[in-house]
Design a protein around this ligand. Structure first.
Ligand code: PEP
Ligand code: MG
Length: 321
């Protein structure tokens, strides 16, 4: 089977009926890039920029960040590279960022919430990204957006830095701006958010946890972490539909995007970009080639009317496997 997957390295990521989707990779550092190229990735759907901060003893400089982003976009040539701005907080700490202890770190001061408060740190990152955008196909997304006010504030800082660079005579590329959908409030309000971004990327790792109010690393409640629960499927479908209604790109970069039960459903919903660990990409491309998107759309109609997570697994199993 592995040998058959290898043959798909340069094949298009398309379904049996010829619908193309992007199969992209999640990476943590520029060193992860080789595996993406070896496994025929159509792009990078999530570049977790945290490593730049976590591997340092002080805030990384604009030039250090520029070098990292530039090397990745250049090596991917014209393929899209989605960089997520700093997602610190929750379980990710920085020795040089002293924050008070929190009762609920996952509901606390993290990601875009920090960036919007420490705007000098945010501006440095955005400038590095904008400069790197001249060397490839760079997209930027903001993590943990909860409200339109946050999205607008983040975009305003971005446009200020963009203008500043242009005024300084620096070259910047065409950047697509997007947000992650990890907070259930944004999935519910996806129709409004979709008007103000170029793309949305669903972060199912957090979205499932927040929607089910269950931490999958907590043994006592991990049974509630249900990716195929119709509640989750309805939220995901709503986000994809909202993006398409506005002519925007719908992506996913949580674990679910490379999950073999979820993929047929996501194909049925018309998800545009599936971003996963590099090692799952060829297997997913092989699965795509067996799926008919119309048939999967009908499967989705049944799945969102199901009552339980298990019932959905059974439905997919019966139709696909
Ligand atoms: C997610 O929440 O699904 C996601 C991709 O972000 P992370 O796993 O880095 O929290
Ligand atoms: Mg997340």
């Amino acid at each position: 089977q592995k040998i058959e997957w290898k043959r798909l390295k340069d094949a298009p990521s398309e379904t049996q009926d010829g619908i193309t989707h992007l199969i992209a990779a999640n990476i943590g550092t520029p060193q992860d890039l080789q595996a993406v190229l070896d496994n025929g990735g159509d792009g990078i759907g999530l570049f977790r920029s945290e490593f730049l901060y976590m591997d340092a003893t002080d805030w990384p400089t604009e030039d250090d960040q520029f070098a990292a982003y530039q090397s990745v976009v250049a090596k991917m040539v014209e393929k899209p590279v989605v960089v997520r701005t700093m997602d610190i907080g929750g379980d990710k700490k920085l020795p040089y960022l002293k924050l008070p202890d929190e009762m609920n770190p996952f509901m606390g001061f993290r990601a875009i919430r920090i960036s919007l408060q420490r705007t000098e740190v945010f501006r440095t990152q955005l400038r590095a990204l904008l400069r790197a955008s001249a060397f490839g196909n760079l997209w930027i997304m903001f993590p943990m957006i909860a409200t339109l006010a946050e999205l607008r504030a983040a975009k305003a800082v971005y446009y200020e830095e963009r203008q500043r660079l242009i005024d300084e005579g620096q070259t910047v590329g065409e950047v697509k701006l997007g947000m992650m959908v990890e907070v259930p409030a944004t999935a519910v309000m996806a129709d409004q958010f979709a008007k103000e971004v170029d793309f949305m990327s669903i972060g199912t790792n957090d979205l499932i946890g927040y929607t089910m109010a269950a931490d999958r690393t907590n043994e006592q409640v991990s049974y509630l972490y249900q990716p195929y629960n119709p509640a989750i499927l309805r939220l995901i479908k709503q986000v994809i539909d909202a993006c398409h209604h506005e002519g925007k790109v719908a992506a996913m970069c949580g674990e679910m995007a490379g999950d073999q039960i979820a993929v047929p459903l996501l194909v049925g919903m018309g998800l545009d970009e599936f971003s996963m660990s590099a090692t799952s990409m060829l297997k997913t491309r092989a699965l795509f080639r067996r799926l008919d998107s119309q048939k999967m759309a009908r499967l989705v109609d049944r799945a969102i009317q199901a009552q339980t997570n298990e019932e959905v697994v059974q439905l997919v199993d019966d139709v696909v496997f």
